[in-house]
Design a protein around this ligand. Structure first.
Ligand code: PLP
Length: 264
């Protein structure tokens, strides 16, 4: 007889960051610290450090499919997050697999461009993300530049963030978190929209260049909490606290944009 399961299971479908600050490495550290069992399906390998992305190697679609199938058919999945998906065929494959395996709790981090400017999603792939992935999403977590690409309009103010959340919600995601880290000055403000009401999450802004992987870490924290059965508002609040501490207590690694501190 099978032993009773004692831990929530979270899968990240994302790219590898050799520097360990973003991508699947950030996701697995976050899952672990928040008490979820982490699993990974790699979409791409990046050669990367705190100075930038030096190489991108997308994996064959078959390899991505097999990883998701292997995990879903044996270990099981309570929540999944998607990160770097690189290209339209990868987006389509991942969306198809998530549907096929009926995975609950999908967190979509619509990763597009790394802070150093490297493209992690090819041009014109946003339409595939809107069409294939967002209708399956429990939560989608765009930052301001990503919200601008998804809605094809400027997002510079809190009012713009609310309007973007409304538009992105219309693509089919159940909840939208628009992250205001790129707003000029002031506190770091994020907005959660459930289709009817807006809720604001505010934390003090910490001025530091070590913010590599913040988006990955934030969405991974939401994923870990959803896997554990935490309700969405509480999951976002915990993720906000987690990323705020991770930015505040910097590790000071590397000579460029260093990683955040997942143990803060
Ligand atoms: N590299 C990989 C593999 C990622 O998945 C991400 C996620 O957004 C990044 C880099 C971006 O990192 P940054 O926070 O520096 O924009």
């Amino acid at each position: 007889m099978a032993e009773p399961r004692t831990i929530a299971r979270a899968l990240t479908i994302a790219g590898s960051d050799s520097g360990g600050g973003a991508g699947i490495q950030a996701d697995l550290k976050t899952f672990t610290v928040l008490g979820a069992y982490g699993m990974s399906a790699l979409t791409a390998i990046t050669a990367q450090n705190t100075l930038g992305v030096h190489g991108i190697y997308n994996l064959p679609l078959e390899a991505i499919e097999q990883q998701i199938d292997a995990v879903a058919t044996d270990l099981g999945i309570d929540a999944v997050k998607t990160g770097m998906l690189s290209q339209v065929p990868i987006i389509e494959t991942v969306a198809r697999k998530i549907k096929q395996h009926n995975i609950p709790n999908l967190v979509v981090d619509p990763v597009m461009v790394a802070k150093g400017g490297a493209k992690l999603l090819e041009n014109d792939s946003q339409q595939a993300m809107i069409e294939w992935l967002l209708p399956l999403a429990t939560v989608v977590t765009p930052n301001l530049p990503e919200a601008e690409v998804l809605t094809n309009r400027e997002v510079k103010t809190i009012q713009d963030m609310k309007e973007a959340a409304r538009r992105i919600h219309n693509f089919g995601a159940k909840y939208v978190v628009v992250k205001g880290g790129h707003l000029e000055g002031g506190d770091a403000l994020d907005i959660l929209f459930d289709g009817q009401t807006f809720e604001q999450f505010v934390s003090p802004r910490h001025e530091t260049k070590h913010t590599h992987g913040t988006g990955c870490t934030f969405s991974a924290a939401i994923t870990a909490e959803l896997a554990k059965g935490t309700p969405i508002r509480e999951a976002v609040a915990i993720a906000k606290e987690f990323i705020t501490c991770a930015i505040r207590d910097t590790l000071g690694l590397g000579t460029g944009h260093g990683p955040t501190n997942h143990w803060a």
